[in-house]
Design a protein around this ligand. Structure first.
Ligand SMILES: [Zn+2]
Length: 251
């Protein structure tokens, strides 16, 4: 089984705050509602994207070594070619994206959910370290979340032929995850993605899927690069050539 620690979904303390943050930042985050319209009962976000062309400030909370900071920065910058957002790394603990490296997890808030986290608290956790085989992959993946991307294996069209009993057993033994956590992080599709992009098994946002945890045929390797589809959706959310009011909706 893959040795990369699973990136687990972070809890949103206040779903209403999450919703407000998303639509205040970019009203197009609710531009698609599965043709059901918005009512008080069906209000559902399709995206948590930043406003196109926005400037995102990024900081480190726990004063990691310069070498670690530089390594993380290097891989975050890899996303910059595909989005109209601009980034800067600052020392201020009130940066929009706040990275904690003194941690035991790799995880990140999804896009504008970072705005719901109290000032000074982390919005992203990086446990991986330079020199480890998965370091670059982890940073690319976590910053993908910060841009608003969800886990690709939870895409509604993924239809991964999981062998669920084996998955429960493997993730419990390897990572100490209980059934509820496995259900949430591996088996529960993300509704918000329903009108987004086609399922992309090559996405940097996809968990590796081992054959022994599926029907014995289906597998997804550890994807180590930002995929073509990742780049396409990033460019769609954050169009570089449109200076104002770009799109954050289904391509
Ligand atoms: Zn993740």
């Amino acid at each position: 089984m893959c040795n990369t620690r699973p990136c687990l979904k972070l809890e949103i303390e206040d779903p209403i705050a999450s919703f407000r943050a998303a639509i205040n930042e970019n009203p197009k985050n609710i531009s698609y509602t599965n043709n059901s319209g918005l009512t008080s009962r069906t209000m559902a976000l399709n995206a948590k994207c930043w406003h196109p062309n926005r400037h995102l400030t990024i900081s480190f909370l726990d004063n990691p070594p310069a070498s670690l900071k530089e390594a993380i920065k290097t891989h975050i910058w890899e996303w910059a070619d595909y989005v109209s957002l601009t980034f800067s790394f600052i020392d201020n603990k009130d940066a929009v994206i706040r990275i904690k490296t003194d941690t035991t997890q790799n995880a990140s808030q999804i896009g504008t959910d970072a705005l719901t986290i109290a000032a000074g608290k982390p919005t992203m956790f990086i446990y991986a370290r330079p020199g480890e085989a998965d370091f670059r992959t982890v940073v690319l993946h976590e910053f993908g979340h910060a841009l608003g991307l969800h886990h690709e294996h939870l895409h509604p069209d993924a239809n991964i032929p999981w062998n669920k009993p084996k998955v429960y057993q493997a993730y419990a033994e390897k990572w100490g995850m209980d059934k509820e956590s496995v259900d949430l992080n591996i088996f529960t599709p993300i509704n918000e993605a329903t009108t987004m992009t086609p399922y992309d098994p090559t996405s940097i946002m996809h968990y590796p899927v081992e054959k022994e945890l599926t029907d014995g045929k289906f597998e997804v390797p550890m994807n180590t690069e930002i995929s073509w589809e990742d780049k396409r959706i990033a460019a769609y959310f954050y169009p570089i050539e449109i200076p104002d009011g770009g799109s954050c909706e289904s391509p």
